[in-house]
Design a protein around this ligand. Structure first.
Ligand SMILES: NC(=O)c1ccc[n+]([C@@H]2O[C@H](COP(=O)([O-])OP(=O)(O)OC[C@H]3O[C@@H](n4cnc5c(N)ncnc54)[C@H](OP(=O)(O)O)[C@@H]3O)[C@@H](O)[C@H]2O)c1
Length: 283
């Protein structure tokens, strides 16, 4: 059976789990060749085996860390040398951590009301510059490194497409400074600026910004910060001010990524689809 992406080469960071894993499933279902990276071998190889077996597509799993320039170059060059070009790049890999020292009892979200009584007090005065630098290194420079390394190979595509996965916190800051939110905002400004530069080369670049999505990333946060309370209680602040009143799924985010990445979004560039149950009210 013909797939919509037969013959297309997809490179995606963070394909072993969560949003990345759900996205490569969709791309593979439509016949694309998949190259994906992550830092841990076993889950990456397992995901690659599952994709090959289920969809009969070529899959190249590469151990690479987006924090390391050399590692990123190795990933993109392996993809390019093996398949000749990259048609679709998805910058998805990432992780966040909350600093124990700030006594956070739960994350502060873009949907949280300003001044709510149960929010932890402000902490900007105590924040370390290194915390900001780490957030920028992980998120903004992570994307920048991978995109620069992939660009020579994207230029070999007839119609290149890049999708950057960010958080809605970067659009609408929560009522308390979060370093990740500031770094995500940089990612989004950079994406829109780059769409101007890459458009004339027929390379599109767009954003999928997410709210609370059930993935290993989110569940790890619950394990760490939700001790003694139920999952429902822990996640309630993430859902109570969201019109759809629930967290999202990785598959729902993958659908938005697929639309922007694939020829279905052929006339869309420099845009952001918030996949957050309606949490951020910006048109
Ligand atoms: N889930 C949410 O609610 C949420 C909210 C806002 C933003 N996001 C963002 O959405 C993206 C995907 O999140 P997710 O929830 O799907 O995360 P996840 O379930 O933790 O999966 C992350 C994937 O990225 C890989 N990865 C992490 N750090 C990496 C690095 N430095 N280099 C290469 N690969 C790396 C992981 O594999 P290894 O660990 O083996 O490297 C894994 O495959 C992330 O950028 C995250 O910050 C998610």
């Amino acid at each position: 059976m013909m797939g919509e992406l037969d013959g297309k080469i997809v490179a995606l960071t963070g394909g072993s789990k969560g949003i990345g894993r759900a996205s490569v499933e969709l791309f593979a279902m439509e016949g694309a060749t998949i190259a994906m990276c992550g830092r841990t071998k076993e889950p990456l190889d397992q995901a690659a085996d599952e994709l090959r077996e289920k969809h009969g597509v070529k899959v190249l799993p590469v151990i690479a860390d987006i924090m390391d320039r050399h590692s990123v170059d190795t990933f993109t060059n392996q993809v390019g040398e093996k398949f000749g070009r990259i048609d679709i790049l998805v910058n998805n890999a990432g992780e966040s951590e909350q600093h124990k020292s700030d006594k956070i009892v739960r994350p502060v979200l873009s949907e949280d009301p300003v001044g709510a009584e149960d929010l932890p007090p402000s902490r900007f005065a105590d924040m370390d510059e290194a915390e900001f630098q780490l957030a920028f290194d992980r998120k903004f420079f992570g994307m920048l490194r991978v995109t620069q390394a992939a660009l020579p190979w994207l230029r070999k595509s007839e119609a290149g497409s890049i999708v950057n996965v960010t958080s809605t916190k970067g659009i609408q800051p929560g009522p308390r400074i979060a370093t990740s939110a500031i770094a995500w905002a940089a990612c989004m400004n950079w994406t829109q600026g780059l769409s101007l530069e890459l458009g004339p080369e027929n390379i599109r670049i767009n954003i999928v910004s997410v709210g609370g999505i059930v993935t290993p990333n989110l569940m790890n946060a619950y394990e760490r910060w939700g001790k003694g309370i139920s999952e429902e209680e822990y996640f309630r602040p993430r859902t109570q001010n969201v019109p759809l009143q629930r967290l999202g799924t990785a598959e729902e985010v993958a659908n938005a990524i697929y639309f922007l990445a694939s020829p279905r979004g052929a006339y869309v560039s420099g845009q952001c689809i918030a996949t957050d149950g309606g949490g951020v009210r910006v048109i």
